[in-house]
Design a protein around this ligand. Structure first.
Ligand code: PKZ
Length: 145
């Protein structure tokens, strides 16, 4: 019960708000099949979602095929639970000759009876624009038509 003294003493992650300075690139809700033996969501499942979400802005910029070349940083700040609504926000940090580096923040919306928004994960990833042979190609400089 949430109003018991024992539950009241369980530390809760800080409440926060969804960011307004970056772009919402993906939303997804983890399912029971994505959970580990503790009932939390597998870190590997979260990493796969971050890879997909992180690709959205670089793909727009590269205007074509890209490949993940590096996960520069990955932080699991809070556990994710079945039923959390996960929102992925992206921000471009750097556009190079052939690569785009993005920062992704993941927020969980949980507990509809007493809504909480919690930052659960953040990561920095680099994607490379590739041609049909899988070789790096220059990022287009001209704006899209
Ligand atoms: C319209 C829009 C809607 C979009 C809606 C989309 C929805 C979303 C779709 C999902 C889209 C798929 C998203 C998943 C994509 C995979 O899962 S890809 C699978 C996993 N990745 C791979 O298999 C890649 C394997 N690696 C390779 O093939 C080669 O290493 C690569 C990537 C072609 C690069 O080749 P290379 O010869 O190593 O490249 P190199 O010339 O040394 O460096 C190229 C650039 O990478 C940078 N780089 C190299 N190493 C590093 C490093 N360790 N750290 C940082 N940067 C590095 C270099 O600095 C260079 O950058 P620039 O200075 O040119 O800007």
């Amino acid at each position: 019960m949430s109003d018991s003294p024992a539950a009241a003493s369980v530390p809760q992650p800080p409440r926060t708000q969804l960011p307004t300075d970056r772009e919402l690139v993906m939303r997804v809700m983890p399912m029971p099949a994505d959970a580990n033996g503790n009932g939390d969501i597998f870190g590997g499942w979260i990493m796969a979602q971050v890879d997909l979400a992180g690709a959205v802005l670089p793909m727009r910029i590269a205007r074509g095929r890209i490949a993940t070349v590096a996960v520069n940083e990955f932080i699991f700040k809070q556990a994710v639970s079945v039923g959390d609504l996960l929102s992925f926000y992206g921000k471009v940090l750097r556009v190079g000759n052939t690569s785009v580096t993005v920062h992704v923040e993941v927020y969980a919306e949980r507990n509809p009876a007493d809504p909480h928004i919690v930052k659960v994960t953040e990561a920095t990833l680099t994607y490379v624009a590739i041609d049909r042979q899988g070789q790096p190609r220059p990022i287009p400089k001209d704006p899209p038509a």
